[in-house]
Design a protein around this ligand. Sequence first.
Ligand SMILES: Cc1cc2nc3c(=O)[nH]c(=O)nc-3n(C[C@H](O)[C@H](O)[C@H](O)COP(=O)(O)OP(=O)(O)OC[C@H]3O[C@@H](n4cnc5c(N)ncnc54)[C@H](O)[C@@H]3O)c2cc1C
Length: 323
Amino acid sequence: MFDVIIIGGGASGLSASIYTCRRNLKTLVLTKDLGGQASNIPDIENYPGFEKSTGFELMQKFEKQASSFGADIRYEEAKEIKQKGKLFTIRTEKYDYEGKTLILAFGKTPINLNVLGEKEFKGKGISYCSICDGPLFKNKTVAVTGGGNSALNTILYLSEITKKVYTVHESNEFRAFATLIDKVKRIKNVECIFNSTISECKGDNFLRSIIIEDVNTKVKREIQLDGLFVELGSEVKVDLIKNFVKLNENNHIVINENCETFEPDNNKIKEGVFAAGDVTHLPFKQVVISAGEGAKAALQADSYIRGVKSSFIADWGLRNKKE
Ligand SMILES: Cc1cc2nc3c(=O)[nH]c(=O)nc-3n(C[C@H](O)[C@H](O)[C@H](O)COP(=O)(O)OP(=O)(O)OC[C@H]3O[C@@H](n4cnc5c(N)ncnc54)[C@H](O)[C@@H]3O)c2cc1C
C-alpha cells in the first residue's frame, strides 16, 4: 500500500515524488521512461539554475534526487485505474498497486500518422522529434508532415542541415505564423506539397520512401527519401482517465489552483486525485512549470492524507515522522 502513486516519470512526476518523499509519504512512481519529453531536448537553456544542460542530464538529476529521498521508481506502464472507496488500484503489465492518493503526471504523446508502415519504421527513419533526431539526417533527403508552427520550425531547422526537405500538408496552406510561412516558402531546398497526405511508408530495414496521395484527385506518387518527421502535434492519451476525471474539450485534465481534479460529470472535487504538468489544461507547457505544478500536487496530496488545509503546508525541512 502506497500513500501516493504517481503516474509519469517526467519533470512533473519526478518533482512531485521529491516533495511527497520529503513529506515522508510512501511514494511509487510508475513510468514508461526516464524524464519524459524533456529527456529528448538536446539543449535546455531556460531551466533556472542550469544555464545549459541536455534534457537527459537534467532529468537524470531529477531522478537521482527523487531516489535519494526514497521514491520507488518502476519502469512499468499504467494500464488501468480502479477505485474502491477511498483507495485506488493501478494495474500495470506486471502487478496491481494500491494507493491512497494518485498524482496524474503522464504528459502528452506525439500524434501518430496511422498509416501502413509507420509502426515498422518508427525509429528507423520515422521520427517525432527533429531536435533529437535531425542531426542523424545531415545532407540527406527528408520529409516533414504537418502544417503548424512546430512543423514549420522543424522545416526551417532541417533545411539547414539536410540536402532536401519535402513538406507534405493536407490543406492548401500552412496554419502557422505568417513570418514563418514566408521564410519556409523562400528556402531553396524546401519543396512544399499541399493538398496531400501520406498513405504509406515503405522500406527494407530502414525507411526508403513514402507514398503521397493528392486529396482532390486521389492520384498517388512515391517519393524516395531517408527520413520522415511527423509533426502533427501531441495529445493526451485518454484511455486511462476517461470517465475517471473531468477533461476539457482538448482532453486535458481540468484542475484547480491546488492541482485537484474533478469528477467527470460534475464540478465536485475528485477526492485523492491530483494532476500536474502537460497533462493538465494549464497553459505554457514547460519543464519548469511542470516541475512546479508537480511540487504543488505533492503538497496537496500530503494535506489530503493528513486532513489539513493546504495553505499551512511548507516544504522547507523534512517532515518529522511523528508529525
Ligand atoms: C521538441 C520539444 C522541445 C521542448 N523544449 C523545451 C525547452 O527548451 N524548455 C522547456 O522548459 N520545455 C520544453 N519543452 C516542453 C517540456 O518538454 C514539457 O513541458 C515537459 O517535459 C513536460 O513534463 P511532464 O512531466 O508534464 O510530461 P512528460 O515529459 O510528457 O512526462 C510524462 C511521463 O509519463 C510517462 N507516461 C505516459 N503514459 C504513461 C502510463 N500510462 N504509465 C506510466 N507512465 C506513463 C511518460 O513515459 C513520461 O515519462 C519541449 C517539448 C518538446 C516536445
